[in-house]
Design a protein around this ligand. Structure first.
Ligand SMILES: *[C@@H]1O[C@H](CO)[C@@H](O)[C@H](O)[C@H]1NC(C)=O
Ligand SMILES: *[C@@H]1O[C@H](CO)[C@@H](O)[C@H](O)[C@H]1NC(C)=O
Ligand SMILES: *[C@@H]1O[C@H](CO)[C@@H](O)[C@H](O)[C@H]1NC(C)=O
Length: 479
């Protein structure tokens, strides 16, 4: 998801009678949404605090969901939080920085989900490891875009986040234990345990309150210090590297924290920006390079192209969008396109879309190419009715900047690696139902890590139009 705004502030409001809590730790549990495999109950002694040893585990985050705008339209994972640990299903989102979970007592939190998972509210009072986070603590002050003087002793650290689709969440920070699956052998995991601060969501609005794609929260994989990845990395538990491989046809896939040694990916530099931005050079449709102004994808002034696993569709500047659609149109001169839900260009087509429509190639700095087949940019809304998963970002920008953003659909069926240490993003076409090899930094050993699909019934059948979901989850700005 692309976050529009994040606000961190201070609240004196005691949403929960935290003061009466003994010092409690909240534990995040990570569950396999995909596989439902049993984890060995071996307890991993993660912390050698005496020597501050770097453990740097590879972590397996089980994936569920899929990228189709007509079914789940999102990918999620299962984590375990608290003592005793409880399962929470959260959307994985490279477009935002914060982990937050719907909390007990929350207003307008969804009660049920059409994703086939049961929802859970996190209750800090029910976790013996939960702790409050006050506004003068580092996690709060470093997340603030504009640290003010409003913080007074004993006040909680509050936050508010607004995503690109207009939905929002607000609440306050808590600290608790999160439990994840450390890769400990070929297709084997044990627990890794870490203490992290995260958002306890008390108010949701927009799509986040609907039951259709409802989850317990969002796990932001952004670069900010507030992200779970940054917190685990600063506790020397993991390297700041993660990868995803979203299976576009089966749903589920692979989500790993740590170094992937197989397959190897070709990379492009990450542009220093709030999101994961890279430099798009040009676009080729069916072998023809689009004729565009040279500065259309310029990187200065907050441009560049956002890579966002939390957004379903791809957003292109008006001029680019029109040319892409024109070229797609030209491939089938006898079929007249129609518009669905005022925004999607669709075609009645009974053949194999890969044979009837052009391949689109996005070319990036350092000669990295993202090759997108027609079945990856089209989604079927009804039998033989195919819609293009691209949007004109001019129509979404509400007077703001025209963004270029690549979402789930075009990122699927590739292993995409975000290396925050080397400041690169890379990918390679890959079978996301197969396995990858990750490195355990402690032993130097390489282990196979398999795909998961936490979605109970696999991918849902295509639904009729009128229920197209799409998620635009990136934070637009801080306020
Ligand atoms: C984020 O963390 C790093 C390393 O701990 C630190 O150097 C940096 O100042 C922090 N950034 C912010 C904005 O607090
Ligand atoms: C997680 O770590 C804490 C502190 O190190 C420990 O007390 C707790 O038992 C661990 N939880 C699990 C489930 O391993
Ligand atoms: C992808 O890998 C899975 C598991 O190894 C295998 O069953 C499947 O046939 C592969 N798909 C393709 C297209 O090669």
């Amino acid at each position: 998801m692309d976050l529009i705004t994040t606000r961190v502030g201070f609240v004196a409001v005691l949403l929960f009678q935290f003061c009466s809590l003994p010092s409690a730790n909240l534990v995040f549990q990570v569950h396999h949404t995909f596989a439902g495999s049993k984890r060995p109950l071996t307890q991993f002694k993660a912390h050698d605090s005496g020597r501050h040893r770097r453990i740097l585990s590879a972590v397996d985050l089980p994936l569920g969901g899929d990228g189709s705008p007509t079914s789940a339209a999102l990918y999620f994972t299962k984590i375990q939080i608290g003592t005793p640990p409880k399962d929470y299903h959260v959307q994985v989102d490279t477009g935002s920085d914060l982990l937050w979970i719907n909390c007990a007592g929350c207003e307008k939190c969804p009660k049920k989900s059409d994703l086939g998972i049961s929802l859970a509210l996190y209750n800090p009072e029910a976790s013996s490891s939960a702790k409050t986070v006050n506004c003068d603590q580092d996690i709060c002050t470093s997340t603030l875009s504009d640290p003010s003087n409003d913080c007074k002793a004993g006040m909680y650290c509050s936050y508010a986040v607004k995503y690109g689709d207009g939905s929002s969440t607000a609440g306050y920070f808590v600290r608790d234990n999160v439990q994840l699956d450390r890769v400990s052998g070929n297709l084997q995991t044990t627990f890794i345990n870490g203490s992290i601060a995260f958002g306890c969501g008390s108010q949701q609005s927009g799509e986040l309150g609907s039951s259709q794609q409802a989850l317990d929260g969002i796990l932001g994989f952004g670069q900010a210090n507030s992200s779970m990845l940054s917190q685990l990395a600063s506790a020397n538990k993991v390297k700041k590297i993660f990868s995803h491989c979203l299976d576009g046809s089966q749903g589920g896939g692979i989500f790993a924290i740590g170094e992937v040694v197989q397959p190897t990916v070709q990379t492009t530099p990450m542009i220093p920006e709030a999101h994961y931005n890279v430099e798009l050079k040009d676009i080729e449709v069916g072998g023809e390079v689009l004729q565009l102004p040279t500065d259309i994808f310029d990187v200065g002034e907050k441009r560049g192209t956002i890579i966002d696993s939390g957004t379903t569709l791809t957003y292109l500047p008006d001029l680019v969008y029109k040319q892409v659609i024109e070229k797609i149109d030209a491939a089938q001169p006898t079929i007249k396109s129609h518009i669905v839900e005022q925004q999607f260009t669709c075609y009645k087509y009974s053949g194999n879309v890969d044979e009837g429509f052009p391949i689109i190639k996005f070319h990036f700095e350092n000669s990295l190419t993202l090759k997108v087949y027609p079945h990856q940019y089209f989604f079927e809304v009804q039998d033989d009715d195919w819609c293009v998963g691209f949007q004109d970002s001019d129509l979404q920008s509400q007077g703001g900047k025209e963004i270029t953003l690549l979402g789930d659909l075009v990122l699927s069926d590739k292993l995409v690696t975000y290396d925050l240490e080397k400041k690169t993003i890379g990918w390679v076409e890959y079978n996301c139902s197969s396995s990858i090899k990750v490195k355990d930094e402690e032993s130097g050993k390489q282990y196979m890590m398999g795909a998961h699909n936490l979605s109970p019934a696999g991918r849902h059948a295509t639904t009729s139009t009128g229920i197209l979901f799409f998620i635009l989850a990136f934070v637009i700005s801080l306020y």
